[in-house]
Design a protein around this ligand. Structure first.
Ligand code: HPA
Ligand code: ZN
Length: 344
């Protein structure tokens, strides 16, 4: 069914219960918080104002962004910093009617600059507990390996995570994609899976369909992050569709990093029409100009998504989550109730 007006579409998107499955917590660091933490921790940052920071957020590819993303996280020093960062994200998505989030963090981005693994994860986990207690938002934590570093480094990071294994749901793979294929991390992913962790990986954002095949066949992922370039390979599309592999698609990120030239060219609608289990996510909202609902709204507007598309995207966000079967079923019923009330 189509919407009667853009306002009706906006209201429908604003209220539908949803989950976020692709969010780098360090990418939710707003410039205002960057300045506040720099001051709190006595750190110099190479920007004179919030406006100057935002102006620097003009990227022509993934690496452009990553350079500034790693620089930005330098203000995160204490457990309280990680708590404040994570809590600000939960407070923000609460207004978007997100009721569940599966959050990435990049421990190597912190340990490499002398911040203890425990400092980062303790702050994030404390905020996750408070978000559930005070906002009713459930969450899971996914530890990503930086693919521009070695597999030995990733293995050492997995080792470091040992005391926290009960609190980490899965491992992921992010950072510079080109030249760092999933095959480079086959051993560490096998080890993580043997420990009972879920596996996800960024693939097909800038990298070729071969990288997506490798993520499926060698890393044995449970969910695919981005996956845009899968559409170049019809056999791969078939594989993703037949397995109902969830794709965590990030439209405003894709626009910001020039993965697409224009949102009207974005493949999201095509993915849904091909029967792929696509979801909408924000990736690094403070860097890419929008949180969850901004991504839904911009994409719906550019691709003329109808109510069934929005419902499918919201439902896919739960189907693709690492929540238990019963909680997923409950969340899908919550969406059905919302749709019935909205129509009624
Ligand atoms: N791609 C790869 N690595 C990342 C991203 C991304 O979009 N965001 C943070 N690390
Ligand atoms: Zn990402």
């Amino acid at each position: 069914m189509s919407f009667s007006s853009p306002q009706q579409r906006q209201a429908f998107i604003a209220g539908i219960p949803k989950a976020e499955l692709h969010l780098h917590i360090e990418g939710s660091l707003e410039p205002e918080m960057m300045f506040a933490l720099a001051q709190r921790n006595g750190i110099d940052i190479p920007f004179a104002s919030v406006e100057e920071v935002r102006k620097a957020y003009a990227f022509s590819n993934l690496q452009d962004f990553l350079d500034i993303y790693y620089q930005g996280m330098n203000v995160l020093r204490t457990e309280q910093d990680f708590y404040d960062l994570t809590m600000a994200y939960f407070n923000r998505i609460h207004t978007d009617k997100a009721i569940h989030a599966e959050i990435f963090f990049d421990p190597q981005g912190h340990t490499e600059r002398g911040i203890a693994f425990s400092t980062a994860i303790d702050g994030i986990l404390r905020a996750m507990g408070d978000a559930e207690a005070h906002l009713g938002i459930t969450s899971k934590l996914i530890m990503c390996f930086l693919r521009h570093l070695s597999e030995a480094d990733a293995l050492a990071t997995l080792e470091e995570a040992t005391p926290y294994l009960g609190k980490i749901s899965g491992v992921g793979l992010d950072s510079s994609e080109l030249g760092h294929p999933p095959s480079k991390f086959a051993k560490v992913f096998a080890k993580a899976k043997a420990l009972g962790l879920k596996a996800v990986a960024h693939a097909g954002e800038e990298g070729p369909p071969d990288y997506v095949w490798e993520a499926l066949d060698l890393l044995k992922i449970d969910r695919m992050d981005h996956g845009n370039r899968s559409l170049e390979d019809p056999r791969l599309v078939e594989r993703l569709r037949d397995n109902q592999m969830t794709l965590t698609v990030c439209p405003l990120s894709n626009l910001s990093l020039c993965v697409v030239d224009n949102l009207t060219d974005h493949p999201l609608k095509k993915m849904l029409d091909l029967g792929l289990r696509a979801t909408i996510n924000s990736d690094d909202p403070s860097y890419f100009g929008g949180y969850l609902n901004d991504n839904y709204e911009a994409t719906a507007s550019a691709l003329n998504l109808d109510k069934d598309d929005i419902v499918a995207l919201a439902k896919n966000s739960f189907r693709g989550s690492f929540l238990g079967e019963e909680t997923i079923a409950q969340s899908l019923r919550r969406i059905d109730d919302y749709v019935a009330r909205f129509d009624g």
